[in-house]
Design a protein around this ligand. Structure first.
Ligand SMILES: NC(=O)c1ccc[n+]([C@@H]2O[C@H](COP(=O)([O-])OP(=O)(O)OC[C@H]3O[C@@H](n4cnc5c(N)ncnc54)[C@H](O)[C@@H]3O)[C@@H](O)[C@H]2O)c1
Length: 270
């Protein structure tokens, strides 16, 4: 089962798992995108419009998946997510709440809905998508970082509860992946005061991403198959992980220097 399967990493996971012969249950709030994903799959697919914020509907969906599946449920990918760009000073509470409800509560809802199935089977994996922004704090990403750190804390706590059982809880920390996330982000104004539009900022984000959605899906799938508890996606994710260990209070000095060097090469404001 994969949420956020209408686009990006979720679509990549659906295509990969389906191509390998697995039935896939795919869910998203975006009906058109979901239909496109479903149409691109050759194997068995259960396609369901779902808002991950709706806990009761997640429970209904879990029952549908269980009834539909010919075999035990192998993995639950709580992947759907959105972004908000704003300084803390200018934050619009409604935008931050929107993000927290999807990126954190959506993951909790999905975990609560599907975990009983896995526990009953005593088998399977809950795979929750955090981010490198769940490892490091980044300016103008306070809501996103807070939600992704929360996903990490929630999933790591669950992992300990599941010790000694056949069920695993896995955290995914992608670095930059070339998806629609920045184009669909909420942004009221350029936090740097440079007057950039959302499209311009999205293009800048996409220019520094190092991983395609298909590659991300491959890394996540292989990581789950290899029994990893924590999956880093992309070389930038390894860099973030190392920096936050080596310089837990100063990592951003290094990241800012790298960003300005890369941006200056492209003649951008960073
Ligand atoms: N792209 C990156 O650089 C990156 C980096 C780190 C983490 N992530 C995380 O990876 C996950 C996948 O994002 P992506 O990059 O593929 O973005 P994306 O925008 O391409 O896909 C996200 C999907 O989530 C869906 N979605 C949004 N709100 C929803 C809701 N309420 N209910 C159900 N579905 C909803 C969207 O419709 C979309 O199809 C997200 O959790 C994101 O935070 C992405």
């Amino acid at each position: 089962m994969i949420t956020g399967a209408a686009s990006g990493i979720g679509r990549g996971l659906a295509r990969r798992l389906s191509a390998l012969g697995s039935p896939v249950a795919i869910a998203d709030i975006d009906e058109d995108g979901l239909a496109k994903t479903a149409a691109s799959l050759s194997g068995r697919v259960l396609s369901r419009v779902l808002d991950v914020r709706d806990a009761a509907d997640q429970v209904r969906f879990a029952a549908e998946v269980r009834a539909w599946l010919p075999a035990p449920l192998a993995a639950v990918f709580n992947n759907a997510g959105v972004a908000v760009t704003s300084s803390v000073l200018d934050a619009v509470p409604e935008d931050d709440d929107w993000l927290h409800d999807i990126n954190f509560k959506g993951v909790v809802n999905g975990t609560r809905a599907f975990l009983p199935i896995l526990v009953e089977q005593d088998d399977g994996v809950i795979v929750n998508t955090s981010s490198v922004f769940g490892l490091a704090g980044m300016p103008y990403q306070s809501a996103y970082c807070a939600a992704k750190f929360a996903v990490r804390g929630f999933t790591e706590a669950l992992r300990q509860e599941l010790r000694g059982t056949g069920v695993r809880a896995v955290t995914v920390h992608p670095g930059g992946v070339t998806t629609n996330i920045a184009r669909n982000a909420r942004m009221r104004k350029d936090p740097l005061g440079l007057g950039r539009t959302r499209e311009q900022m999205a293009a800048q984000f996409e220019a520094i991403t190092l991983t395609s959605p298909d590659k991300a899906a491959m890394i996540i799938h292989r990581g789950v198959e290899a029994g990893k508890a924590r999956i880093l996606v992309g070389p930038d994710a390894y860099l973030f992980d190392a920096l936050t260990r080596v310089a837990p209070t100063h990592y951003y000095s290094v990241i800012a220097r790298l960003r300005s060097t890369l941006g200056a090469r492209r003649g951008e404001a960073v």
